[in-house]
Each structure stands twice: as structure tokens, then as C-alpha cells.
Design a protein around this ligand. Structure first.
Ligand SMILES: [Zn+2]
Length: 676
């Protein structure tokens, strides 16, 4: 403790000197916006294959309160001497706000600079002026110590940095390895006579599922279950429950008619992205296996002795296992019906074994589900259609959903009964109420005729981004697949650029008419559903007085700062610190914020005892556990030698000398105006 006072004084002196050396703020006072964080240094690991790191920082510009009229941000431009190392992206968060995310990913051990220019258009007098804010960024690509052996047990982020948000799983899909994909299960327990399954039962089932999928790289956890879900008396078919956009939905029912113990809905997309993923798995998309391969989000399991095993089997189907033309319990390599009763994907009864190929497929499809879900919560909405009592369900919508992804909005109409596209000539129309005045102002309308979609949009494609044609999802009801692969859902992917603004609440309505059947249906039946489509954002800032840290090994350190999030972000935020030292990149867990909300955070940590003195960096990393969104901030770190009593005295002397210099400097400055 004896060294604290001089060290603190030294930091104070340094901070004062830094303040003096900065000629002006990053944003001139006349421009009515604030900028956070005012920190322009980046650092990340480089130089070792597979250890490329990155440093991502989101800058927020916010219109100052009291500005008469709205501030706009017409342009953002990043120039750099190392274009391979820097990228930036712009996203508007709300009126008068701008978020610019800068990613520094050094391709070599080198220091590079970048210039970020942000145009600000603001009201002044009776008119408007446009000015440019120029931020000078510096990035250091540094060597990151000896490679650390892969840690067992937990799953710390890789030493070289974190993958970018929403990045696909990449080409390599090992058949086994540590579980790095976690899928969440949401149990919906249908109302029925006691005894009902308890939380302990759910836990036991999840344990059994995890034992079965061990070595696949996929793990399952569960979120709190919903209970007392009503069901239709005749069929036992559950009503649609409140589903969790982050989870796979598992309906637990008393009885499924017939001998089956479980079933699931599998969507069988036809997009190029899906076909490319199949090829990556060594599966020809046009082969019988490829054509019948699909993924699911929902299954049903009967309450019984083997519910955990049945659940594992249905999750196998959801992850693409057993796929093939009827019968649907096939081996993905031979294409033959599985006859070995010890294998999980055997028809009935099921065992527990998965082949390496099955593990590889399950892992890749789990990644696909991860990549195609709501990124950070709050941005998915499912609207059920009123139950139609007609005998003929053809042409009726079961429900419609809106999934707000980073770059596009995915609207899906799910049909009560699969139908043949060519025979029914469906027309899908989307109405959007972007200003929430109760009237539609943006339209997309697609008609299927002559074996192709004809799509019209308002505003037209010349003025706004073109909306691609809808895609039919071919739904297979398990365990009895639909033989002719009729469409079970229609999906429209609307680029955010089609909308006048890509944030805030949006009213939407999907309608389907099938001329050949003479049917019309819409969800919602009247008016619009509303969803906040703001792209979830997360940013942290270290407190300004922590930019220059001077700490001895084995001494306590308190880190604090602020957190900025959008309301659509969901999930707990895990904080950790990384220190670049002579022993490589050290990871220090700091703590967790349960609810992401704009807040102040403060965590204490103790530095390891055996660090050598060095001038290095400390970065604080905040990660949303649910969507893996990552943000970080960085400070310069001076690791000092704590041994020997002479050092504190030396520091005190140095500080006094610096203080004297400062006083001298200040007094000289005061005289300067008189001299000119
Ligand atoms: Zn099955």
C-alpha cells in the first residue's frame, strides 16, 4: 500500500500533461454533437496464423440537447495507410444519433493510422451547414506471447480475439471438439392431469441430450419453461405458446396420436446459401439426401419413460439427422435405412450413438440456426392467425413472423397446409407502416406465375433498395414427410435500405391470396403488428482517468466506466480484462451485468503476481452472452516493479520534478499572450 500515493500522483501528473498536450477536443464546440468514446487508439494481436485478433470500437455521436432542429449525418469515410487492417460500418441508432463501428484487424505486426471523417449537417441561423469531424486513429498490431494450450472445461474466448458479430462458422467443421455452440431449449408443457414434469425432469432430459451429443461441439441448455399451455381437446395439438426467439421450442404433450413418441417441423430451404452449406458438408444439394435435408426450430415430445431419449432423437432431426426420402431414419453416408438399434437416429427404439458424420452435420446445422436467429433479442415477433374452423385449411396462414437481422428484415408466412406453388399461383403481399399513422406507406407484392415470381415494390427499386423475390420453404412434417415437397412457408427478405429508417418501431402486415383456391388470409387480420427493429448495439467506455494505468503485479485494480445499449439488446453482459504481458495474453474475468441497460459499471480485479515490468496495454471486453456481441475499450498499462523500498521514493521524486515542470510550463503559457 505504501506505493499508492506516489503512483496516483504520477498518474495525475501524466493526465494533466496529456490534457495540456491536446490542442482541442475531437469535436469542435460549435458542432452540436457529443462523441463517445474519445479514445482513438486500437491494438490487437497479429503475426501468428490463427491468432489474428481484432479490436472493435463503436463510436456514438449524439445530437446535443436544445439543438433547434435535427442533426443529420450524411457521410462517413475511413481512409488508411493499411486498407487490409481497417474497416468501418455505419448504423443509425435513432434520430439525431449515429453509430460508427471501427474494426482494427492487423494483418501483420505493424502500426498503422486511419482517418475517420464524419459529416455533420446541422441547423444554424435560418439555414443548415455541413461540417466534417476528423478523427485520427492509430492501430498497433502486436505479437501475442507464446501460444496457450486449449483450455479444458470452460470456454474462454480464443486468445487471438473474437470472431466478428454474425460471422458464419467458416469452412472447417471438425467432427468433434469442445462444445462451442450452445443451443437453448424452451420447454412448453401442455396442460394436463398430474403428475406433470418438474424442473428437475427437464434438467435430467437436457443432461441426457448433452451426453448424447457429447463430442459434436453442440451443447444444449434450457431457459425457464412455460407451463399450462392449452391444447386442442381432440388432437392434443398445443396452441402456439410464447416462444423464445433465442431458443428451440419443445412442446411436451401427453399423447401424440399413433405409435410416435415425438415429431418435429423441419424447414428445407432452397437458397444458394443453404446449398453452399450442404456442399461444404460434402452433400450434393440435388441428391436425395440433399433435397430432403432441412433444419427445424420446433418439436414435440410425448411424456413418458424415455422422454430424454426421445428429445435427443427429435433434436437430431432438427439438426438434419436421419434425412432422406421416406423412411427418414437414414445414414448420411450410405443413404441406407439405419438398422442398428444402438444408434440415436434408429427409428424405434432409439439408442444413443452418433457417427462422426452425424456429429459434423449436427454441428454445422446448429451453427446455421445460430446464424439465422435474432441476433440480440427483442427483434423477433411471431403473430398467430385466428384459428380458422373451416374444414379445408388450404390457403390459411398459421402465423407470420418478423425477424430483424443486422442487414435485413425476414418476413415469413407459415401456412396451415403445404401447397403446390405452380398449381395455386399464390400472391404474397407485405404492407409496412413506417410512420405508425395506421396507414400502409411501403409495399412489396409478389405473384407466382409461369414458374417464377414477379415482384413489385413501392417505393420502386430505382429509388430504394430492390427487394428480392420470396423464397418458398419446403416444410416436412416428421415423422411422415410430405412426398412432393410442397411449400410450407413463404419468406420475404427485405433489405433495411428499403425502409426510410432502419430503427425504431415498424408496423407490418403479411397477406396471402391463392387465386386457384379463391382464398385470402392476412396476419394480423386487421391493422398492423409493431416491432422495434433497431439493430442491437452495445458499447463500453473506460473512465477517462483510467486511460493511463500504472500498477504493480499482485495489486488490486478497480476498473470502471459506462455502458451504452439499445433497448433491443438482450442477455447478460460478461466483462473481462486482457493484459498483454511477457507471458502472453492474460485473461482476467471481471464480472457480469445481468440486465443490459445504459449504466455505470465497476469491477475489481487483482493482477497476477509474476508479471515482469513492461509498458503494455489492458483492454476491457464486454460480451453479450446471448448474442456474443462484443465491445471493448483499451488503456495503456505500465507494469511496475513492486520490489524494493527505494522505488516509491524515486517515483515521488520524479512526480515532484514533473509537477515542478508543469508549474513552470503553466507560468510560461500565461505570459505568452503579453509577448505577442
Ligand atoms: Zn425419427
Amino acid at each position: 500500500m505504501r506505493s499508492v500515493y506516489p503512483s496516483a500522483l504520477a498518474v495525475l501528473v501524466l493526465a494533466l500533461l496529456c490534457d495540456l498536450s491536446q490542442a482541442q477536443d475531437a469535436v469542435p464546440a460549435r458542432i452540436p454533437v457529443t462523441l463517445t468514446p474519445e479514445e482513438f487508439r486500437f491494438f490487437a494481436c497479429a503475426g501468428r496464423p490463427g491468432e489474428e485478433g481484432e479490436h472493435v470500437r463503436a463510436f456514438f455521436l449524439l445530437q446535443k440537447a436544445g439543438t433547434p432542429g435535427r442533426v443529420e449525418f450524411p457521410g462517413v469515410d475511413l481512409t488508411t495507410d493499411q486498407p487490409d487492417d481497417w474497416t468501418s460500418s455505419k448504423g443509425q441508432v435513432a434520430d439525431g444519433e449515429l453509430q460508427v463501428t471501427v474494426t482494427f484487424r492487423p494483418q501483420a505486426v505493424r502500426t498503422s493510422t486511419a482517418t475517420l471523417k464524419i459529416q455533420v449537417d446541422y441547423p444554424l441561423g435560418g439555414g443548415r451547414v455541413t461540417e466534417t469531424i476528423t478523427l485520427a486513429l492509430e492501430g498497433r498490431g502486436v505479437v501475442c506471447g507464446p501460444a496457450t494450450p486449449p483450455a479444458g472445461g470452460g470456454d474462454p474466448p480464443p486468445a487471438g480475439g473474437t470472431p466478428p458479430d454474425g460471422a458464419p462458422g467458416g469452412g472447417a467443421t471438425p467432427a468433434s471438439g469442445p462444445a462451442d455452440i450452445e443451443l437453448c431449449l424452451k420447454f412448453h408443457l401442455v396442460d394436463g392431469p398430474p403428475p406433470r414434469p418438474t424442473d428437475a425432469d427437464f434438467d435430467a432430459w437436457v443432461d441426457e441430450v448433452n451426453r448424447t451429443f457429447a463430442g459434436s461441439g453442440v451443447r444444449f441448455k434450457r431457459s425457464p419453461p412455460t407451463r399450462n399451455v392449452p391444447s386442442a381437446p381432440e388432437t392434443g395439438e398445443p396452441e402456439l405458446a410464447e416462444e423464445d426467439p433465442h431458443c428451440l421450442d419443445v412442446y411436451i404433450v401427453d399423447d401424440i396420436p399413433g405409435p410416435t413418441l415425438g415429431d418435429g417441423d423441419v424447414l428445407n430451404p432452397e437458397s444458394e446459401e443453404w446449398r453452399a452449406m450442404l456442399r461444404e458438408l460434402g452433400i450434393d444439394p440435388d441428391s436425395p439426401l440433399g433435397k430432403n435435408m432441412g433444419y427445424g426450430r420446433r418439436c414435440r415430445v410425448e411424456i413418458g419413460r424415455n422422454s430424454g431419449r426421445t428429445l435427443a432423437h427429435e433434436l437430431g432431426h432438427i439438426l438434419g439427422l436421419g434425412a432422406g426420402p421416406d423412411p427418414i431414419h437414414r445414414d448420411p453416408e450410405t443413404g441406407d435405412d439405419i438398422e442398428d438399434g444402438e444408434r440415436l437416429m434408429h427409428g424405434t427404439p432409439q439408442g444413443t450413438k452418433l457417427t462422426d458424420k452425424e456429429k459434423q452435420i449436427a454441428r454445422r446445422l446448429a451453427r446455421w440456426i445460430e446464424d439465422h436467429r435474432s441476433p440480440c433479442g427483442g427483434s423477433q415477433q411471431r403473430v398467430p392467425s385466428p384459428r380458422n374452423e373451416q374444414l379445408d385449411p388450404r390457403g390459411d396462414l398459421r402465423f407470420a413472423s418478423l425477424l430483424a437481422l443486422d442487414r435485413e428484415l425476414v418476413f415469413t408466412a407459415f401456412l396451415e397446409a403445404p401447397f403446390d406453388l405452380a398449381a395455386t399461383s399464390p400472391a404474397l403481399s407485405l404492407e409496412l407502416d413506417t410512420d405508425l399513422d395506421g396507414a400502409a406507406d411501403h409495399f412489396v407484392s409478389s405473384q407466382f406465375a409461369d414458374n417464377q415470381w414477379l415482384t413489385e415494390q413501392e417505393p420502386p427499386a430505382e429509388l430504394r433498395a430492390p427487394v428480392p423475390a420470396p423464397e418458398a420453404l419446403f416444410e416436412i412434417h416428421l415423422p411422415a414427410p410430405v412426398p412432393d415437397r410442397r411449400a410450407g412457408a413463404l419468406q420475404l427478405r427485405v433489405p433495411r435500405e428499403f425502409l426510410p429508417q432502419s430503427y425504431g418501431p415498424l408496423g407490418w402486415r403479411l397477406a396471402l391470396s391463392q387465386r386457384a383456391l379463391g382464398t385470402d388470409d392476412a396476419v394480423p387480420a386487421q391493422g398492423f403488428s409493431t416491432l422495434d427493429i433497431t439493430t442491437p448495439a452495445l458499447a463500453i467506455t473506460l473512465d477517462g482517468n483510467l486511460r493511463q494505468l500504472r500498477v504493480a503485479p499482485n495489486s488490486p485494480l478497480t476498473l470502471s466506466g459506462s455502458l451504452i445499449t439499445t433497448p433491443t439488446l438482450d442477455g447478460q453482459i460478461d466483462f473481462s480484462a486482457r493484459i498483454l504481458s511477457d507471458q502472453g495474453l492474460l485473461q482476467l474475468p471481471l464480472g457480469t451485468l445481468d440486465k443490459p441497460a445504459p449504466d455505470i459499471w465497476s469491477f475489481a480485479a487483482t493482477l497476477p503476481a509474476d508479471l515482469a515490468p513492461a509498458s503494455t496495454f489492458l483492454s476491457v471486453i464486454a460480451r453479450c452472452s446471448r448474442c456474443q456481441r462484443v465491445t471493448s475499450d483499451v488503456a495503456a498499462l505500465e507494469l511496475v516493479d513492486d520490489s524494493g523500498g527505494g522505488l516509491p521514493l524515486l517515483l515521488l521524486l520524479l512526480s515532484l520534478v514533473a509537477l515542478a515542470g508543469l508549474v513552470l510550463l503553466l507560468s510560461r503559457r500565461k505570459r505568452t499572450p503579453a509577448a505577442t
